[in-house]
Design a protein around this ligand. Structure first.
Ligand SMILES: NC(=O)c1ccc[n+]([C@@H]2O[C@H](COP(=O)([O-])OP(=O)(O)OC[C@H]3O[C@@H](n4cnc5c(N)ncnc54)[C@H](O)[C@@H]3O)[C@@H](O)[C@H]2O)c1
Ligand SMILES: [Zn+2]
Ligand SMILES: [Zn+2]
Length: 394
């Protein structure tokens, strides 16, 4: 089959690899019809290369048609249309029974001290072949795959695999009551959907921050009040002014470790990316190579007693951390990978009903054949050609 493989820093290529086979009775093989590129893949593309080997298959936002199932997989059958969550969880361990699917104890990558295995996401997360390919082997398929109905384009359901469920969790974790206020830092795919979920779930005012014109424009057309950092130097001050000096109830950091506006950490990250792998791993794990700009905006914008929900991925050790301010403000911070399946039942009615209230079909800016994946990575990374979300069509 053809698959998108990581080949080195900022280099992916489409290669011919062996077709995956059923290896366990709980496996399924799914033929991909749509498989998206995520902001998380960009971290692999540039700063986290030390955790990959050339030839690793990328991708964790899969949707397709079931081709084959192992004998213990009974809730889906060949021919079914399914979306596959990016985290691999068993559904029956202690963590899964508590809805903490991103921490599944059956697939936890214990030798790396990490949570549940993920598709296409480095040795830290199980070194599982990813979904940007014609075929995907799905472990724990007795639980993971979500059956979805016919009658809408793939894009209506595809984002259950990650972006939409992640955004749902991001907003839920921000603990904003109906009628409350929310700020979303970053308007990539995650920020876009988080802001829409916030409105959909009843936030009265939703502010979103970025500096990319077409991303701001997309948010605007979904009723979001945008703050353009090309015009506004001090975002927390702007948010304070918009909220009678109080700050917002909840802030979502939808940026993560590659935030703009942290020049020193940017240099450190770039440098770590060029070191030999073992040295680079130590550098990333021990030193402050996370960029703090988005987090600092969140810290400054939240009201006293409010909540910060960190959904952007961090990979190093952030330092310095304004403990005094956070303690004094009495801030709650929640974070982590999305527990994808935990949110699916809540979201599904918004996808299967009339209309498209979350605008899932207004997120993808580029649909490309698998062979054009390298171009897709480049324009997504560089924000060229109005790129906001790339969906590959194997
Ligand atoms: N926790 C999870 O389960 C999970 C799942 C999916 C993605 N993620 C993470 O969410 C983050 C966003 O993903 P995405 O696909 O939207 O990525 P993206 O790279 O397309 O979006 C990031 C956006 O943040 C903006 N930005 C950068 N620095 C900023 C700053 N200082 N202030 C305001 N905006 C800033 C960028 O212009 C960009 O539009 C990534 O870190 C990704 O890894 C987490
Ligand atoms: Zn993702
Ligand atoms: Zn489990």
């Amino acid at each position: 089959m053809k698959a998108v493989t990581w080949q080195g820093t900022e280099k992916v290529s489409v290669e011919t690899t062996d077709d995956p086979r059923i290896q366990e009775p709980t496996d399924a093989i799914v033929r991909m019809t749509s498989t998206a590129i995520c902001g998380s893949d960009l971290h692999l593309y540039d700063v986290l290369g030390m955790y990959l080997d050339p030839g690793d298959i990328l991708g964790h936002e899969p949707m397709g048609i079931v081709e084959e199932v192992g004998p213990e997989v009974t809730h889906i059958a060949p021919g079914d249309r399914v979306v596959v969550p990016f985290n691999i969880s068993c559904g029956h361990c202690w963590m899964c029974r508590h809805g903490l699917f991103a921490q599944c104890e059956t697939t936890q990558v214990r030798d790396q001290g990490k949570g549940a295995a993920l598709f296409g996401y480095t040795k830290l997360y199980g070194h599982v072949p990813g979904a940007q390919a014609e075929l995907l082997r799905v472990p724990q398929a007795q639980f993971g795959p979500i059956k979805v109905p016919e009658g809408h384009p793939d894009e209506r359901f595809l984002f259950l695999s990650d972006v939409l469920t992640t955004s749902w969790q991001a907003f839920r974790y921000a603990d904003v009551e109906s009628g409350g206020t929310c700020a979303v830092i970053g308007l990539g795919p995650i920020g876009q959907l988080t802001a829409r979920v916030a409105k959909f779930l009843g936030a009265e005012r939703v502010f979103a921050v970025d500096n990319v014109p077409e991303r701001l424009e997309m948010a605007r057309r979904h009723g979001i009040e945008v703050i353009d950092t090309r015009d506004v130097d001090d975002v927390p001050e702007a948010i304070m002014n918009l909220t009678d000096g109080r700050g917002v109830d909840g802030v979502v950091d939808a940026v993560g470790m590659e935030a703009h506006g942290s020049p020193l950490q940017h240099v450190a990250q770039r440098a770590a990316g060029k070191l030999p792998d073992s040295v680079a791993r130590r550098a990333v794990e021990k030193f402050g190579v996370d960029r703090m700009a988005a987090l600092n905006t969140a810290f400054g914008s939240v009201r006293r007693g409010g909540t910060i929900s960190i959904i952007g991925v961090y990979g190093g050790q952030a330092n310095p951390f304004p403990m005094m301010d956070l303690f004094d403000k009495g801030v709650t911070i929640r974070m982590g990978q999305a527990h994808v399946k935990r949110w699916v039942d809540e979201i599904m009615p918004a996808l299967t009903g009339d209309g498209d209230p979350l605008g899932t079909e207004d997120l993808t800016t580029h649909s490309l054949p698998l062979a054009e994946a390298p171009h897709g990575y480049e324009i997504f990374k560089e924000k060229q050609d109005g790129c906001i979300k790339v969906v590959l069509k194997p």
